[in-house]
Write a protein that binds this ligand. Sequence first.
Ligand code: ZN
Length: 442
Amino acid sequence: MNKENLKTGIDIDEIGREMYRLMSELFPICRSITGNGVRKTLHIIKKHIPLMVHDVPTGTQVFDWTIPKEWNIVNAYVKNSKGEKIIDFTKNNLHILNYSVPVKKKISLKELKEHLFTLPEYPDWIPYRTSYYKENWGFCISHNQFIDLREDEYEVFIDSSLEDGCLTYGEYYIKGEKTEEVLISCHTCHPSLCNDNLSGIVLSVFLAKHLSQKSLKYSYRFLFIPGTIGSITWLCLNESNVSKVKHGLVVACIGDAGKFTYKRSRQDRAEIDRTVINVLRNSGTDFEIIDFIPFGYDERQYCSPGFNLPVGCLMRTPHGRYPEYHTSADNLNLVQPEYMAESFSIFLSVFNILENNKKYINQNPKCEPQLGKRGLYQMLGGQKDVKEKEFSMLWVLNLSDGRNTLLDISDKSGLRFDLIKDAAEALLACGLLKEDIGKVAF
Ligand code: ZN
């Protein structure tokens, strides 16, 4: 049986607005690779999808890495000698160097400056900085504020803790007819930053919510994990099941106005690579395809040589290629509901192909069958969609020789997958095609 179109009956603009509302709710939380910010985020996501939350203790060995100490923060500020708070974590959580150790002391301007981070090229913006694996403390401020700082005695207070605890991640599994899986992975470790990566989180939540109401061929697994250490941890704990992953996408930077960017999996021409490229080519929007490179997001781990999973990364403007990246300007203005909605639609088109990609065998391969006597040949002529339907049937009949899938036929003909699938269904219904249920080699 073919699967229902995943886009049927949805109000894409409303979903865009709902995703934006969830993003606004998650924006103020101070997240990191561990700690209460991540737990609070997962707790809010649980109101939308029944997420499983996993806690992996500090010190657990995961391949060449060790789960770090858990970091939590309550408050942090710098006061001048008049007692005025000149830097206040509660006003913007980017002010704290993420993973700062606790501090309470009075220091000179010179010493304070050794712990301040700024962005001279964008003097109004606060940078986002971390120090996960080296114990340190610091504050991030605008460069304009930095150059205005005067000689004084400053009081530095960081009420944080760095102790044995857990790394927390969320996982949501939707069971389909097959045990073979589609993996969707996003990172949950960034504080008040929208495109990187609240956009990936909220898109994953709404995709999961939508798919959970559908009858699916594949099973789907959504991971909400801290970047790098999270995917390493998940791969280590689930090594024996990883072979079930047939297709995967890392979701990041998916809510800005930029064109779509697809980074291929390390396999280069896996079905997921060809599917995403097919969707983007037929989307009418601008896009760019980039080859696999061993840096970026968690695809680095899924595509490490010991796993080499078919996992690509679908973004709009990639990390590092927009000035607001890792700054206070990556906020609720940079990401907009309509861009999120468009991204949601592109992902559903990808899943539609994965769910329906099959191979058929032409039952009348000696010369073209007579379509007219089967009611398949439209006598109207001239109309573009009628012509496309006829061309689709001719392509499907010609290439359904046991070697080509519907995706292959869509690629070779340049016709949209939906048209090719509809043509195959019409031909199947009148007995001109038979489904090839043998193992499909992609
Ligand atoms: Zn980032």
